[in-house]
Design a protein around this ligand. Structure first.
Ligand SMILES: NC(=O)c1ccc[n+]([C@@H]2O[C@H](COP(=O)([O-])OP(=O)(O)OC[C@H]3O[C@@H](n4cnc5c(N)ncnc54)[C@H](OP(=O)(O)O)[C@@H]3O)[C@@H](O)[C@H]2O)c1
Length: 319
């Protein structure tokens, strides 16, 4: 009996330690979720015109960028809309002006895959003399479909790096310099992706996910560098949003329309360095944090394999 008692005490002690660690871990996760949902639903929106009277949106001709441009006009900002297609830009401008006829709009026709050491001059002259307060680096490019990296020739992945990485860096360097020089507040929002933050890997879209990992880390570093100058740099992390980039995904509770997403997106401008503005996305992210990485990798791999097969089948049928 005397020999068993210390053994039971040790077992009991271990049980207590593990139980306490479990409770602490659950509480930590719950607090994270509550913080995310609180931030998404209850934090008051900043007065965006305090940053300046103009906002720049890249990739404003479609999807999230177009919807964000509408929301910024709703908040009283004048707009610089950047896109590669003149007539699409004009259409967006016309429809914004039909609702907000006092909004001033300037268009910048610029293909972000070109050599930006030259292309950036267009942006520099467009923003000259403007009270530019908000910049949304939204333009994004991805693969035409799921594929192994060796199947994607440079014509597929090079534009992804140019638009998602190089153009984001070029645009940010110009606008941040302008914001720092004028000594007033400013906000830069970079649109990242759950593919590089929420998931441990995003097979079959490797360069896309890697480019978004750049956007995430770039934003985190600049957030720290520029906070003391009053420039709020932030990376927003969407999961799926029903746009032409993910044309097979339909709107649902977890997949907002670009308009729904944009309303949430602009409510978060000026807060933390990384956020997921649409709260059902925060819930998805939270659940993913419990799933072992090898399971998430397996599931994504299967999705990638299926999407690749669908793409190849569609190509064969077209021929
Ligand atoms: N939709 C999603 O599920 C999802 C998820 C995570 C992250 N994101 C990110 O969200 C951002 C917006 O994507 P979206 O879903 O709204 O896609 P989208 O509907 O395809 O819009 C992308 C925008 O970027 C523009 N763009 C693409 N290449 C360009 C180039 N070379 N030069 C200038 N503009 C260019 C497009 O112009 P055109 O109109 O001429 O094509 C369009 O305005 C992207 O950064 C994307 O990576 C989206």
């Amino acid at each position: 009996m005397n020999a068993i008692t210390p053994h039971l005490t040790t077992v009991y002690l271990w049980f207590l330690i593990l139980f306490s660690l479990g409770i602490i871990s659950i509480c930590k996760h719950l607090i994270t979720l509550l913080r995310w949902v609180h931030a998404a639903l209850f934090k008051p929106e900043k007065n965006l015109t305090d940053y300046g009277s103009w906002a720049l949106v890249t990739g404003a001709t479609d999807g999230i960028g177009k919807a964000i441009a509408f929301e910024l006009a709703n908040k009283g900002l004048n707009l610089l809309l950047l896109g590669r297609n003149q007539s699409k830009l004009q259409d967006v401008s016309n429809s914004i002006r039909s609702k907000h006829n006092s909004t001033k709009i300037k268009l910048i026709v610029l293909d972000l895959t070109i050599d930006m050491s030259i292309g950036i001059n267009q942006l520099k002259s467009a923003i000259k003399g403007l009270d530019l307060g908000i910049v949304v680096n939204n333009a994004g490019a991805t693969y035409p479909g799921a594929m192994y990296f060796h199947e994607a020739d440079a014509a597929v992945w090079d534009p992804v790096i140019r638009v998602n990485v190089e153009a984001t860096a070029w645009v940010t360097s110009v606008v941040v310099q302008k914001m720092a020089e004028r000594g007033k507040r400013g906000a830069v929002v970079n649109i990242g992706s759950g593919s590089s933050v929420v998931l441990p890997a995003f097979p079959f879209y490797a360069v896309y996910a890697a480019s978004k990992a750049f956007v995430d880390m770039f934003s985190k570093c600049l957030h720290v560098e520029y906070a003391s100058m009053g420039i709020d740099i932030q990376c927003q992390i969407p999961m799926y949003v029903a746009t032409k980039m993910v044309s097979t995904v339909k709107t649902s509770f977890f997949v907002p329309s670009p308009e729904q997403y944009a309303r949430c997106s602009i409510r978060r401008i000026g807060y933390e360095s990384r956020c997921t503005p649409y709260w059902p996305h925060a819930i998805q992210w939270w659940f993913c944090s419990f799933v072992p990485k090898f399971i998430l990798n397996y599931v994504r791999l299967q999705i990638g394999i299926r999407k690749r097969s669908d793409r190849l089948r569609a190509i064969i049928e077209d021929e």
